[in-house]
Design a protein around this ligand. Structure first.
Ligand SMILES: [Zn+2]
Ligand SMILES: [Zn+2]
Length: 124
């Protein structure tokens, strides 16, 4: 019938944004990443050093969370501090051990890709 609408559910824009946030977290910090987690105020007392035991996900469509060892349930990503630096997916360099090219330390061009491994920009 003309004019009938496709009933495919749409993801609200804020949820897509949260999903992008957890996708980036998962790309940089795989399951088993060492993290400090706070059940109360981030940076306050009671932070525990543990590791993630799940991929991050959006809880109930409004809160990005991840599960960690030693804590029942999950913790908001805002209360998670990864204890490891990023690792380049190509060369394995880290924040502590950057590659040095022509005397210049690499930097991050993507969540887990350093400038030394990024495709060189096309010469104009
Ligand atoms: Zn690299
Ligand atoms: Zn590098």
């Amino acid at each position: 019938m003309p004019g009938s609408r496709n009933q495919k559910p749409e993801i609200p824009p804020w949820e897509a944004r949260l999903q992008a946030q957890v996708d980036e977290f998962n790309e940089v910090y795989p399951i088993g990443t060492a993290v400090r987690a706070w059940r109360g105020v981030r940076g306050g007392g009671g932070g525990i050093d543990t590791k993630t035991r799940s991929a991050a996900y959006v809880l109930s469509g409004h809160t990005p969370v991840v599960c960690v060892d030693g804590v029942a349930g999950c913790i908001a990503l805002t209360h998670i501090l990864p204890l490891v630096g990023r690792v380049c997916r190509q060369c394995g360099c880290t924040d502590d051990r950057a590659c040095v090219v022509d005397g210049v330390a690499c930097h991050w061009v993507e969540p887990n890709l350093c400038s030394a491994c990024a495709p060189a920009p096309e010469a104009a």
